[in-house]
Design a protein around this ligand. Structure first.
Ligand SMILES: Cc1cc2nc3c(=O)[nH]c(=O)nc-3n(C[C@H](O)[C@H](O)[C@H](O)COP(=O)(O)OP(=O)(O)OC[C@H]3O[C@@H](n4cnc5c(N)ncnc54)[C@H](O)[C@@H]3O)c2cc1C
Length: 447
């Protein structure tokens, strides 16, 4: 009888990278985490993904599934067991131009998607960074520059092919395995290895994009004014506010409102963005017409020894003023974290909270704080930040899985409200009863 390693060597056609191999150091780490897996499997095909899953299941190994490797929690690697790295499953194919149907490999990055779709005048609502993986971002949400007009990345998903824990390839959509399709849209990596995603893309060429800066001392009024305005602003407008940027003065750093207007009409853009320009003393304004592909950032890879610690939550309408008051105070305190506020609402809130496993549809804002620095500096700043989150707690709800460095039971409970968790656990019980896919905000399979 074949052993699991024999079967892997026979069935897996991509590279198998093990400790001692020259590529091991690079292959074992992700953008934000180091690991020491027993092997990294570079899948070249769907068959390879199936062989990797079959091996890990038979060998009883931890399996980390890596898409773009940008998880804040380091889910794309592991200290024991096996990593399956999907980077070579990076095809981007326009399947039907008229219906704007696009098929994307499970290991593609949003930069690759943007480049491939630009020549067709298309883009998909996604995130703000080229190197982030389609896999991780989509499976837990996807909040980017088109989010208020076109929803989360997962709202554009119409089908997927997924290798489940029994190593079978399943096509899922509203008609095929609808329970699994529901769960994939928000359930993170809990359900299997997605080898391809099918999205309906949006017509996109150029958009207005840039930053509007205001003095840090005006943070309170500017933030409140922005939140008020976004309730009636055209959905083409999306804003992403950065406070206390350590590279621009920390507590003295200007309030940077990065804005995108999803359209190329200068008059409409001015009409939509001028109310934001008028929120305070405008220090600078870099808004201009850009190809959509150019507005995604390269994304900084932290140098060795520098760590990021991120925590997030959502803010619903009634709590916005109180939450913003806390955040404005934090941003100007001594040694603040980077504070990031993203506007959601719009198309996100028009989807029923039960329609996908992403439940936080009522939120107007997503707030995240990030500590950046050497490990001891980050750890030293944690108690003060924990205190900030205690003051924010009455005004926030839930958590955004894609902006969380930790994944304990409290974090999982914040990501998934009770009802969503129970439904996910039932689907998990059916498709992954032994919890093979556990390197994520983990759902325990219902028995
Ligand atoms: C610099 C930076 C910028 C970011 N910007 C944004 C943003 O604008 N908007 C936003 O919403 N988020 C953003 N994020 C957060 C990002 O969405 C998450 O970190 C996401 O998990 C990254 O996905 P990944 O595939 O790159 O990561 P990975 O570490 O490869 O994977 C993350 C999780 O997804 C699972 N996974 C990945 N691919 C697959 C697959 N094909 N099949 C099954 N499971 C899979 C993994 O197993 C893991 O559990 C950003 C993160 C960083 C570091």
């Amino acid at each position: 009888m074949r052993t699991a390693p024999d079967a892997l060597r026979h069935d897996f056609r991509g590279d198998i990278i093990e400790p001692g191999d020259p590529e091991y150091a690079e292959a074992s780490r992700t953008v934000l985490a180091t690991g020491s897996p027993e092997r990294v499997l570079r899948a070249m095909s769907v068959g390879d993904a199936q062989a990797a899953v079959a091996f890990a299941a038979a060998a009883g190994q931890t399996l980390a599934v890596r898409g773009g490797g940008h998880s804040f929690s380091g889910f794309g690697t592991t200290d024991t067991g096996t990593v399956v790295d999907l980077r070579d499953l990076d095809h981007v194919e326009v399947v039907d131009l008229e219906r704007r149907l696009v098929r994307v490999g499970g290991g593609a990055t949003w930069g690759q998607v943007c480049d491939a779709l630009a020549r067709h005048g298309l883009a998909i609502s996604s995130g703000d960074t080229r190197g982030v993986g389609v896999g991780g971002l989509t499976l837990s949400g996807g909040i980017g520059w088109k989010v208020r007009k076109h929803g989360l990345a997962l709202d554009s998903l119409v089908a997927a092919e997924v290798v489940t824990a029994d190593a079978h390839l399943r096509r899922v959509s509203a008609e095929e395995h609808p329970d699994l399709f529901w769960a994939l849209r928000g359930g993170g990596g809990n359900l299997g290895v997605v080898t391809s995603f099918e999205f309906v893309a949006q017509p996109t060429t150029e958009v207005f994009f840039g930053a509007l800066a205001f003095p840090a001392t005006e943070a309170g009024t500017v933030l409140q004014g922005l939140a008020d305005y976004m309730r009636t602003a055209p959905e083409e407008v999306t804003a992403n506010v950065v406070l206390a940027n350590p590279f621009a003065g920390g507590p003295e750093a200007p309030v940077d409102i990065h804005v995108a207007f999803d359209g190329d009409d200068p008059a409409l853009s001015a009409l939509a963005l001028d109310p934001i320009r008028g929120l305070g003393t405008l220090l600078s304004d870099s808004v201009g017409l850009r190809p959509y592909g150019d507005i995604l950032e390269e994304g900084v890879v932290p140098p060795p020894g520098i760590e990021l610690w991120t925590r997030s939550a959502f803010v619903e309408r009634d709590a916005v003023s109180d939450a913003l008051a806390v955040l404005a105070g934090v941003a100007t305190s001594e040694r603040p974290p980077v504070v990031n506020l993203r506007t959601v609402g719009g198309a996100v809130s028009r989807v029923d909270a039960q329609a996908t496993a992403y439940a936080h549809r009522a939120a107007e804002l997503m707030v995240a704080t990030t500590l950046i620095g050497p490990g001891p500096v980050v750890n030293g700043a944690r108690p003060a930040l924990d205190a900030v989150w205690r003051s924010l707690a009455p005004h926030t709800c839930g958590a955004y899985a894609n902006f969380l460095s930790e994944a304990d039971e409290q974090d999982v409970a914040a990501v998934y409200p009770d009802q969503t968790y129970r439904r996910l656990a039932a689907v998990k019980g059916e498709y992954d009863p032994h919890n093979l896919f556990a390197r994520n905000h983990n759902i325990r399979p219902a028995t």
